[in-house]
Design a protein around this ligand. Structure first.
Ligand code: ADP
Ligand code: ZN
Length: 529
């Protein structure tokens, strides 16, 4: 580490310049920093890459004492501390990876007032040992990073975060700053309540990331689509490919490697040393593609991630936005690409049904998924839809697939009725429920062993859907599922009717559908940027 510069009496602007080497603050950084330096509490909602870290690092340096940073990311504490030390900041961490001797040393430094910043895991703060330690030193502030982890209905809930409400009771004079990149109004309120941030000043930055181009394509051989996307638009670029399962992470990484793309796998099932090695290679080297589950990425600060691709449907808009937000932190044009298909919807609905937890929890998961599906099926600007979701108004952006190649809408009421009526007839006349494939076979009048055995050709909807292709029928099923006009149930993912389906069948409701555009979205933002 370089020598610690003498910062006695230095103000925020000077610290920004001398330690971090930046000329000016971004967005509301200055106001946030002044609030905390002045001893006030702050709740900061800022998108990934917005510059949250400085909001607590600078006050920690300006105020006397040690800034205690609560972070859920034990794996990344070392990186964060290394980065700060390289700047001459006296930072350290306490977590389960330290030996007893290492621990003692850190504790000594803290008590002696020789630390600017101390990183802790949330569970550590709950222990008497750590609490007593903190009483023996001087604390300049508490920073609660990834504060949305306190939200019980959120996608990153960590029970240990709940106890952080005691910080205020135990150390009432120490200012607290809670930070997150998750911005729904519900999470926002929940953070304030659960952390008892009653008098905190709220700073809500715009969540728009204008340099990210959002694109969502219907899945049709996802790996091949991904390869084409990478080769045609992001050859040699660094990026992240998210998959739902460990198995698909491995398969996809192998597939890409086989096609000459430098791809590394990352998921919680890999040995810790492999994960650490792949992560640090991704951070250090250029042009690597990280194929990962969502276990990867939180807290990763790599400015030049040029694309984030999703091969499976994220569970929520919050998750999607946070994951895609890892692209383009340097402000240069980047792509968020998602391939989504019928199978995704079916699979996720089933996962929710089988998940543990009470009805309220399942409803909440379902509502999150519905919002994600609505984003996938929207005929409007993706960015407008995203920002509206986070409570922000916006105008069509000109830099997403629906703006670049507007999808047409069509009245899909009649095909919807044909499909729903087929499902209803199978249920009533055959007393059976099937997956999407069977209904499509019936609509297309395709004889198979199964349709013969079930005498499905005797149904009145046999062959009445030949005006649409199989792919179009799949899109109809998907959109009906997305709109809640059809549901999936049971272990075999069979389709079943909803109250909404009955409205469609009873001609009390029309169904508008999205026509998938034929042309691909262009890279206009890249060439003009
Ligand atoms: P977040 O935690 O909100 O995702 P970071 O704190 O990691 O974002 O900041 C993202 C990037 O922006 C980092 O590389 C950081 O050094 C840089 N950055 C932050 N504030 C400024 C600033 N005022 N001027 C220039 N660069 C900044
Ligand atoms: Zn748009």
């Amino acid at each position: 580490p370089v020598d610690a510069p003498d910062l006695t009496g230095a103000g925020p602007a000077e610290v920004l310049r001398r330690i971090f080497g930046y000329d000016s603050f971004r967005g509301s950084q200055q106001e946030i920093i002044e609030t905390v330096v002045g001893g006030g509490d702050a709740l900061v909602l800022m998108p990934t890459g917005g510059g949250k870290s400085l909001c607590y690092q600078i006050p920690a340096l300006v105020r006397p004492g040690t800034g205690v940073v609560v972070s859920p990311l034990i794996a990344l504490m070392q990186n964060q501390v290394d980065a700060l030390r390289a700047l001459g900041v006296r930072a350290d961490f306490l977590n389960s990876t330290l030996t007893l001797d290492q621990r003692r040393l850190v504790e000594q430094e803290f008590v002696a007032g020789r630390l600017d910043m101390l990183y802790l895991a949330p569970e550590a703060l709950g222990t008497a040992g750590v609490q007593q330690l903190l009483d023996r030193g001087k604390i300049s502030l508490f920073a609660i990073d990834e504060a949305h982890c306190v939200s019980q209905w959120g996608h990153d809930f960590r029970p240990d975060y709940l106890q952080l409400s005691m910080l205020h009771e135990r150390w009432p004079d120490v200012p607290r700053i809670a930070l997150t990149a998750t911005a729904t109004t519900a999470t926002h309120t929940e953070i304030a309540t659960r952390l008892k941030l009653d008098d905190a000043k709220h700073f809500v930055a715009s969540f728009d990331r204008p340099n990210i181009q959002y694109r969502i394509v219907p899945k049709d051989g996802a790996q091949t689509q991904l390869l084409a996307f990478l080769q045609s638009e992001h050859a040699g670029d660094s990026g992240i490919v998210y998959c739902l399962s460990r198995a698909s992470v491995e398969k996809t990484a192998e597939y890409l490697s086989g096609k000459g793309i430098a791809a590394l796998p990352y998921h919680a099932g890999l040995p810790a040393d492999v994960r650490a090695r792949n992560q640090s290679r991704f951070l250090r080297e250029e042009g690597l593609v990280m194929v990962a589950t969502i276990a990867f990425g939180m807290g990763i600060d790599k400015p030049d991630v040029r694309f984030v691709a999703h091969l499976d449907l994220p569970k929520s808009v919050e998750g999607y936005y946070q994951e895609t937000g890892r692209a383009g932190r340097d402000g240069l044009p980047s792509t968020a690409w998602l391939a989504y298909g019928l199978q995704d919807v079916v699979q996720q609905r089933r996962m929710i049904e089988q998940s543990e937890g009470d009805l309220a929890h399942k409803r909440s998961l379902s509502a999150h998924l519905d919002a994600m599906l609505a984003l996938c099926e929207t005929v409007e600007c993706r960015r407008v839809q995203l920002l509206n979701y986070f409570g922000e108004e916006a105008a069509p952006c000109g830099n997403c697939d629906t703006c670049l190649t507007p999808p047409e809408q069509w009245d899909g009421t009649v095909p919807a009725q044909k499909l729903l009526s087929t499902i209803m007839r199978l249920q009533r006349e055959r007393n059976r429920k099937f997956g999407a494939g069977r209904s499509i076979d019936i609509l297309l009048g395709r004889e198979t062993d199964e349709t013969r055995r079930g005498r499905h050709h005797e149904l009145s909807t046999w062959g009445i859907g030949t005006d649409l292709s199989e792919a179009q029928w799949r899109s109809v099923v998907r959109q009906l599922l997305a709109q809640g006009l059809l549901a999936v149930e049971g272990d075999y993912n069979v389709l079943t009717l909803t109250d909404g389906s009955r409205e469609v069948l009873g001609r009390r409701r029309t169904v508008m559908m999205r026509t998938e555009p034929k042309r691909k979205a262009t890279k206009s933002s890249r060439s003009s940027g």
